[in-house]
Design a protein around this ligand. Structure first.
Ligand code: A3P
Length: 312
């Protein structure tokens, strides 16, 4: 890394050069310089709340001949989230790799995600919210990477509700938005992470998608992913897949909707991870004053790039 990480608050640190916010217990140097990667790895790299889960389900089904029966196991087991344990906090018990991968043991595997993800049989599919700059140096020259972006206002709104699932006290969106804009929320800043991947969009190992593209033309994005992964999809399987990954299906799918994960944290609260799935929910959350602050802030970051965000 360029320079030592700086301490933020709690156990969070900012890692140069992007000042990306991660828990201090994440072994950032191991990931960047030592972590083994393989040419048959597939990495799903996204800022949080940009359609990661949706993309994971599509990708898993594509790689597994749209086997909806085999998909009936928690998505985490199928495509593990590399750094989840650093976010969750250290596991209270030693990692038992031979435990059965079932719903009951999910928490154990999630609390040991770093080891679990790395030790998956090849070809591995790994999800991460870390920016390319924090991932293994040769990642893109070695493995395929699927990136998913979203407009930052909808992403922030979605992330606010995600935090509300976890944090027991109530707090207004405006407060969250201020901290977000100050780059002090876990797994942000988002725009630099997106721009970094956008610059690599023509790399043969990079497939760059957006939430808005997926909403507008899921058929097209599935076609693009097939081409990228070198797969053919029959019309029948395509219809099956599109139905299985629709908003309504995923919302009801207990292997995907993370009901279990959030239930463990506070069973009393209603937990909705697959929430609205729309473009433009930010309009229901940003007042005039916030737009006046955010719009130039976004614009400044996108000036001198050919990247634009779709807000409606
Ligand atoms: P909202 O909170 O705006 O509804 P991630 O998986 O990266 O955390 O992203 C979660 C966001 O993707 C949530 O956004 C969720 O509702 C949305 N999402 C998940 N599956 C979807 C689908 N099939 N169609 C549309 N949006 C979906």
């Amino acid at each position: 890394m360029n320079g030592e990480p700086t301490k933020l608050y709690g156990d969070l640190i900012r890692v140069s050069p992007m000042r990306y916010v991660v828990p201090s217990r994440l072994d950032v140097n191991y990931i960047k310089y030592k972590m083994p990667i393989y040419e048959d790895d597939l990495w799903i790299v996204t800022p949080p709340k940009c359609g990661t889960t949706w993309t994971q389900e599509i990708v898993w089904l594509l790689l597994n001949n749209v086997d909806l029966e085999a998909a009936k196991i928690n998505q985490f087991y199928r495509i593990p989230f590399l750094e989840l344990d650093s976010i969750r906090g250290p596991s209270s018990e030693p990692y038992q790799k031979d435990l059965e991968m079932n719903e009951e043991n999910l928490h154990h595997f999630e609390s040991n995600s770093f080891e679990f993800a790395q030790s998956r049989p090849r070809p591995r599919v790994i999800k991460t919210h870390l920016p390319l700059t924090m991932l293994p140096n040769k990642l893109l020259d070695t493995c395929k990477v699927i990136f998913v972006a979203r407009n930052v206002k909808d992403m922030a709104v979605s992330y606010y509700y995600h935090h509300k699932l976890i944090i027991p006290v109530d707090f207004p969106f405006k407060e969250f938005a201020t901290v977000f804009k100050n780059g002090a929320i876990l797994q942000t800043p988002m725009i630099p992470m997106v721009l970094e991947a956008w610059e690599k969009r023509h790399h043969p190992n990079m497939c760059f998608n957006t939430f808005e593209e997926m909403k507008a033309d899921i058929d097209g994005v599935v076609g693009k992913l097939c081409k990228f992964l070198g797969l053919k999809l029959s019309d029948e399987n395509k219809a099956k897949l599109l139905k299985a990954v629709s908003f309504d299906s995923l919302k009801k799918n207990k292997f995907v909707n993370k009901q279990k994960e959030f239930d463990q944290q506070d069973p009393a609260k209603e937990k909705v991870f697959i929430r609205k799935g729309m473009i433009g929910d930010w309009k229901n959350h940003f007042d005039e004053e916030m737009n006046a602050e955010w719009d130039p802030w976004i614009q400044n970051q996108l000036t001198n790039t050919d990247y634009s965000m779709i807000f409606e």
